[in-house]
Design a protein. Structure first.
Length: 307
């Protein structure tokens, strides 16, 4: 009798499984598998580095500020075992979707993953990462969305003069090439439907002063993007790639293939005076209405740490 009962229950289980009422999916089987998790932390106090990983000073005729980062995206992540590992010869754990909709191959912005401060950007099962010891992380950045301060010093009409700092929002495309259908700065949605080369940006200002208010957008193209690579002599990166390189702090990343728990890589991103412009008015403030052009928007180094 008991065997017959078990048979019936088994048949019921099979029917429910076939009908999709219950499931035994691969996702469930692997839900508890340990993962390699990558998250961002934005740090305006971290060292400000140049393209070769050396401390960088600001030219006398330039101004700069540390933006408040809202979201960031990367399109390529690679683990390198030594300082001579050539770009692309390490363990590539992530590459975002690309497209030729705009002509040349470009990052597909519509499919990009965005992450904020202390948010997870990417996770991969540790079983899918080649075992080994990794000393360096390469992270090719694609997009930044942040809040910056700008200065207004102008007459509005015949009676109103504004001389004040305001907060604005900047969308910064720093990947090698990006196909953009549209993007939202703050309240404004900008339609493009084309490729944009590295350094394209859109800025939304929002002036509210006494009875006067105005929302405006301006666009530009930075002539250069800082790409910090301390391995420039032994493992260079192509111009325009935006592959930022950083050594693991404290200890190397070790993957054995026998992990039972998650490994977290926290990537501290230096935003120390990473938004830089050519000054017209020598006041240390960004005055876009005075013709102060953006010259650089690249992050100023990364420090990955294993948790």
């Amino acid at each position: 009798m008991q065997n017959k009962y078990l048979q019936v229950k088994f048949y019921q289980f099979c029917i429910l499984l076939c009908l999709g009422v219950i499931s035994c999916t691969k996702e469930e089987e692997t839900a508890t598998e340990p993962k390699l998790i990558l998250r961002f932390r934005f740090d305006s106090t971290q060292q400000r580095l140049d393209n070769t990983g050396q401390l960088s000073t600001l030219p006398d005729d330039h101004g700069a500020q540390s933006p408040v980062m809202n979201k960031m995206s990367a399109h390529y992540i690679e683990l390198a075992s030594s300082n001579t590992t050539a770009l692309g010869k390490g363990t590539i754990i992530y590459k975002a979707e690309e497209t030729t909709l705009g002509g040349d191959t470009a990052i597909y912005f519509d499919k990009s993953v965005l992450a904020g401060n202390n948010e997870v950007f990417y996770a991969i099962a540790l079983k899918d990462v080649a075992p080994g010891e990794y000393e360096w992380l390469r992270l090719s950045l694609a997009y930044q969305h942040y809040t910056i301060q700008y200065h207004v010093d102008e007459n509005i009409g015949d009676t109103l003069h504004i001389d004040q700092d305001f907060s604005g929002t900047l969308a910064s495309f720093i990947g090698y090439n990006t196909y953009i259908t549209s993007y939202q700065i703050n309240s404004q949605v900008i339609s493009i439907n084309e490729n944009r080369s590295q350094g394209y940006w859109g800025f939304e200002s929002n002036i509210s002063y006494e009875d006067f208010s105005k929302v405006d957008t301006i666009f530009g193209q930075a002539p250069a993007i800082t790409v910090v690579n301390p391995l420039f002599a032994t493992s260079p990166v192509p111009a325009g790639s935006c592959v930022v390189t950083g050594a693991f702090a404290g200890s190397k990343l070790t993957i054995t293939g026998k992990e039972t728990e998650n490994i977290i890589i926290e990537v501290a991103v230096s935003t120390n005076k990473s938004f830089e412009w050519q000054e017209v008015v020598k006041n240390g403030k960004w005055d876009p209405a005075k013709g102060e052009t953006v010259v650089d928007m690249g992050v100023r180094g990364i420090i990955p740490t294993v948790w």
